[in-house]
Design a protein around this ligand. Structure first.
Ligand code: ADP
Ligand code: MN
Ligand code: MN
Ligand code: MN
Ligand code: MN
Length: 363
């Protein structure tokens, strides 16, 4: 049974990307440069809009803000946009892997949760907070409404052979995973790895370590690139935490975290344990921003901790927070918060981790 919304047949049009790329002829001057403004709507869906500028930008302050002045009629038909927001301020810039010939740039725009995140990260800048996020996702074929690689009737062989799987029948979606990886590298993202996950059709990529607010920026752009790559294949990317009910691992976004003190050999492990202790009393506040429908995922089974209990442990994949075994051996490193679901807003997650780890103000 699927919790994923149903896609009526024909709802996805397979793109003809190879044909499009025939028009990607190098421009012989730099007076036509494409900006793809990427912004995040209220439902955490990505949107984007293109503009041509007449120079190659080298810094953010050269990029004009995107204006979406909506009249009343448009506001109704686009009500999922942040209605109060009409000026989209550029906050981060990457190379556009989809428009190479026009020196394209992907420009991420400001969003309300990013503003809060940035303030928090600036407050704690001296701690040099690093984050690394493991974005899991499930690919769906809209022609069958099944995860990629699933049979039309019934279910595939039970999980076991799919995690880090190699070979036909054990790995599904290699083309998408590979295209996304390469496009992220081209864009300049700190993508540090990828693998096939436990459920067939479930995959993961890892971004990080990234400093402060840039964690959220990079993950949102990596998600944008994933949506664009999946469009080319006519495949749907589900970030639902439990898209398939039953004996299948759910989908998360483990968030790894460290500060300069945690990374230092002197008292790294002590600093990690202190932060975990501070976080333990704020479990419910964390859960509030750790993803919609996360209760379907955090059941205490399938390598998760239960949603209503905080726990931590060394090398324990059933804990809320895990300290990797190597970190204990070395006495320094990072922790892994395993609670965040695949559909989180990384700005909110990194904000609350800072907030509760260091007892921010009166919180
Ligand atoms: P797992 O064993 O949990 O599947 P992965 O290899 O998938 O681990 O992901 C490890 C993550 O930890 C990556 O996102 C990486 O960027 C992040 N990471 C590594 N070192 C640090 C660190 N010192 N601080 C924060 N994050 C880190
Ligand atoms: Mn128009
Ligand atoms: Mn992982
Ligand atoms: Mn994983
Ligand atoms: Mn993990």
């Amino acid at each position: 049974m699927l919790t994923q919304p149903y896609f009526p047949p024909g709802s996805a049009v397979i793109s003809n990307a190879p044909i499009t790329s025939r028009y990607d002829t190098p421009l012989n001057n730099a007076t036509k440069v494409t900006i793809e403004y990427v912004f995040i709507d209220k439902n955490h869906q990505l949107r984007s809009k293109s503009k041509t500028i007449n120079f190659i930008p080298t810094s953010l302050d050269q990029i004009p803000a995107l204006n979406l002045f909506l009249d009343e009629e448009q506001k109704k038909s686009t009500e999922d946009l942040h209605s109060s927001q009409q000026q989209y301020k550029p906050v981060a810039m990457y190379d556009d892997p989809f428009r190479v010939s026009s020196h394209g740039k992907l420009v991420l725009c400001e969003s309300p949760t990013r503003q809060e995140c940035k303030e928090m990260m600036e407050y704690y800048a001296d701690l040099e907070p690093w984050f690394g996020m493991e974005q899991e996702y499930v690919l769906f074929d809209p022609k069958t409404n099944k995860p990629l690689g699933w049979p039309l009737h019934g279910e595939p062989e039970s999980q076991g052979k799919y995690y880090c799987g190699v070979g036909t029948g054990r790995m599904f979606g290699r083309d998408i995973l590979e295209s996304h990886y390469r496009a992220c590298l081209y864009a300049g993202l700190t993508i540090c790895g990828s693998n096939a996950e436990v459920t067939p059709g479930q995959l993961e990529y890892q971004i990080g370590p990234c400093l402060g607010v840039s964690m959220g920026d990079e993950l949102w752009i990596a998600r944008y690139i994933m949506e664009r790559v999946a469009e080319d294949f006519g495949i749907i990317v589900s970030l639902h935490p439990k898209p398939i009910l039953g004996d299948w691992n759910p989908t998360g976004c483990h968030t790894n975290f460290s500060t300069n003190e945690m990374r230092s050999v002197d008292n790294g492990l002590m600093a990690i344990e202190q932060a975990i202790e501070n976080m333990s009393s704020k479990h419910l506040e964390h859960i509030k921003v750790y993803g919609r429908d996360n209760h379907l995922r955090l059941t205490g089974e399938y390598e998760t901790g239960h949603i209503s209990v905080f726990s931590y442990g060394v090398g324990n994949r059933g804990a809320s927070i895990r300290i990797p075994r190597r970190v204990v051996l070395e006495g320094k490193g990072y922790m892994e918060d395993r609670r965040p679901a695949s559909n989180i807003d990384p700005y909110q997650v990194t904000t609350i981790i800072m907030k509760s780890s260091f007892n921010y103000k009166t919180f």
